[in-house]
Ligand binder design. Sequence first.
Ligand code: PLP
Length: 404
Amino acid sequence: GSTWDHVQQAPPDPIIGVTDGWRADPDPRKLNLGVGAYRTEEGKPYVLKAVREAEQQILADPAMNKEYLPISGNPEFNRLARTLALGLSSPAIQQNRVATVQALSGTGALRVGAEFLSTHLPSSFPRIVYLPSPTWGNHKSIFAKAGFQVREYRYFCAGTRGLDFVGMVADLKAAPPGSVLLLHACAHNPTGVDPSPEQWKQLLEVTSEGRLIPFFDMAYQGFASGDLDADAASVRLFVDAGLELVLGQSFAKNMGLYGERAGALSVVCKSKDVATRVESQLKLVIRPMYSNPPMHGAAIAARVMGDPKLNELWKEELRGMADRIKLMRKVLYDQLVARNVPGDWSFVLKQIGMFSFTGMTRPQCELLVSKWHVHLTLDGRISMAGLSATTAPYLAEAIADVIK
Ligand code: PLP
């Protein structure tokens, strides 16, 4: 017998599993709308020109080497990443009171951030995290692994396919002081529903009055509107109001660096002195986990952010990706309306970012997969970035069929 005879088969990851199903589907019309990765109009993965150019420059540089990075990662990358998020004129940046470490993309930032909070929140604070309902599937496990009790706050309203703001505020007002509040900075995954600027102001008040610890997960900066500054408005609102907060950043989507695992974790503190001590403790979280982060993705991102020409090119490409996604929303909406599909589909236009949360039921989603070869997560989330001018009408036809 094996030492591992008792080990049970784990279920496949609900999102990664969609791609496996799509791969195994022999039908030529098959569509993969599960994975949150940008695709070109031809349905192909896209390496940004700015990224290719930065990569070539790095490889051509004779001074390039493969030495270890510091535990906290590439210092230039860290500086540029936090500045990208908070803005150069941010009081926190100006006063040097942000502790930043490089992270294994957005997931790693969340994991290290959760571990830091679990260890270093004042002992009188509860270890409770509030997550939106629904949220990105990994949030729960990440915080649970770090020892947090996971609670949810109301977020998505199935009736309007919009924000349940009243429910959200009520749940946050009931949260014990010192609880961690996870917020999606923009382009909420999976719903595509974000608070309005006015609602963000009220959320700032609720957070501050309830003495909650904000943890912003920013996986889509620039990907929502096409504008890096506009998409960071929520985080900047909180920082500029003087709050201390935690921020996770990912360059997976906005630079297309998915597999490079380039991300950052920042803790915005009241003073430079506190930030210095926080950074020293973040290193103690990282060292026994993976020692130090990988260099290549961060070097690319640092060059793209730091070189004025590459930066301009990146912003242009980012706008291009965001615009193509918005266009796909329009095409899908028009096609649904043209087919007289019952219901108000204007939410397809209103939702923000890579995903649309359609409200389709599990049986409807299953039929989309089995009959139409449209692969998606069974919660009805579709990746708009996986559509094209030819596949969007096909999807509309499929949706019309499964919900009639
Ligand atoms: N947070 C949210 C809300 C996400 O949607 C994702 C990716 O889909 C991530 C974090 C983490 O992504 P990564 O670890 O690839 O940066």
